[in-house]
Write a new protein. Structure first.
Length: 435
């Protein structure tokens, strides 16, 4: 294929054609046609997650995700696996703080069979009592696995303390006590209340025709109930300060963070740029100063966490116990510098170029396009084009980055959790001060 033809194919792939349709029962369907691919990614996104649980039933959203794969009225768990495998497809799911997603990826010719399986999971779960007891053991092992994965565990510990007392601070998996207490009646009550048409968004991207998908959805998901739970949420309030957790490890794992912005914030594009400059790329300040120049850590990065009504900017590093104080000091110094001095024009442009490339590359597959489309519907109620997003990034100035850094990195706003052999560290909250 010539360079010109490749560019034209890429342009069509990235422009796509998104159609939104609302069914009479409130179910939302989004399709994006990508005529130059053969695959289709189809997902049902539930607009409820772990933050919408009660503390008593912590972990129920994630547990139900597991149970939907254990069998339906007409299919066993093995039947489900064999049917998808026979299509050469991929079937999976995840639960997050504010949503859950059940998705399948297949060749376009196999979409009707794949959707039939997915709809069966979501409409007719068996919730067999024996399966429930066996799956409790699986989830309890999953919780133990986090405990044995220190880079995951330190983020979990940080979140639990940072948003202590708020649903966003509770672990998605739940805790052993709440998982052990789940029973069939509780699961069925939650499922019947939450899994309704008004709480679901169906997102489909790939080699599809909207009319054909609409007819397929009407046939398979038409029996979804109209009811849906009414929820009230409150914005999280962060708790700054230092927390130490002693654990016999080869490294100390550090998670630092400050309050961030929700998804819809006007300065979200500024945050994207700020994060790339801070620790979101190989040329970022944290990566260069902590890893490349000083060799203090193998893994060091920053990230953005956003929800409907709050968020966080987090920083992670894994280092030798003797280097913890120096690493924290270097992080604090970078936060102070971003707050106190505007970034250079070259650094700003490099961050924008990085974002432009990662945004485009991240939207080349049907699964990524499907996910992006669903999240925009859930959080914004509309679809932003790639051009709109890129223009939002391009409008960011050095003054914007400094202004947002001053807002996000105030004196006394930093929280930190350190996991590892911390007994001899002698750290105090004073070291976290942004003066």
């Amino acid at each position: 294929m010539s360079a010109g033809r490749r560019r034209r194919a890429a342009d069509r792939l990235l422009s796509g054609m998104i159609v939104r349709e609302q069914f009479d029962n409130g179910l939302c369907l989004l399709t994006e046609s990508m005529p130059d691919v053969r695959s289709v990614s189809f997902a049902a996104w539930l607009t409820r997650g772990s933050r919408h649980e009660s503390a008593t039933h912590s972990g129920i959203a994630h547990f139900i995700e597991h149970m939907l794969f254990k069998g339906t009225a007409t299919r066993s768990a093995e039947d489900i696996a064999q049917e998808i495998d026979s299509l050469g497809g991929q079937l999976d799911a995840f639960t997050a703080k504010e949503c859950a997603s059940y998705y399948v990826k297949v060749l376009d010719e196999h979409l009707p069979r794949a959707v039939d399986v997915l709809a069966d999971l979501l409409l007719h779960p068996a919730f067999d009592a024996g399966d429930i007891e066996r799956e409790k053991k699986v989830v309890l092992e999953e919780i133990k696995m986090v405990e044995d994965t220190p880079d995951d565990l330190v983020h979990e510990l940080f979140t639990q303390r940072f948003w202590s007392g708020h649903p966003l601070g509770r672990p998605i998996l739940g805790v052993p006590e709440t998982v052990a207490d789940l029973d069939r009646a509780t699961l069925c009550e939650y499922f019947g209340r939450v899994y309704s048409a008004k709480n679901l968004v169906l997102a489909v991207a790939g080699h599809v025709d909207h009319a054909a998908v609409r007819d397929l959805v009407a046939e398979t998901f038409g029996a979804l109930p109209l009811n849906g739970d009414q929820i009230e949420t409150s914005a999280p309030r962060a708790k700054p300060g230092l927390a130490l957790r002693n654990k016999p490890l080869e490294q100390c794992h550090i998670c630092l963070g400050v309050s961030g912005y929700p998804h819809q914030h006007d300065d979200r594009y500024v945050c994207y740029v700020l994060n790339v400059v801070l620790g979101g790329s190989m040329s970022s300040r944290l990566f260069q100063n902590i890893r490349e120049k000083r060799g203090l850590a193998y893994a060091v990065s920053s990230g953005l966490v956003s929800y409907r009504d709050g968020g966080a900017v987090t920083i992670y590093a894994g280092c030798d116990t003797d280097a913890v104080r120096e690493v924290i000091d270097l992080v604090v110094a970078e936060l102070q510098d971003l707050r106190d001095r505007p970034i250079a024009s070259e650094e700003l442009q490099r961050a924008k170029d990085h974002l432009r490339g990662s945004l485009v590359l991240g939207l080349e597959s049907t699964s990524s396009r499907m996910s992006h489309m669903a999240r925009q519907e859930i959080y914004f109620g509309r679809q932003f084009t790639l051009d709109e997003t890129l223009q939002g990034v391009e409008r960011v100035t050095s003054d914007d980055v400094q202004r947002v850094a001053r807002d996000l990195f105030p004196p006394g706003g930093l929280a930190a959790t350190v996991l590892g052999p911390v007994d001899r560290l002698g750290l105090s909250d004073d070291q976290l001060g942004l003066v």
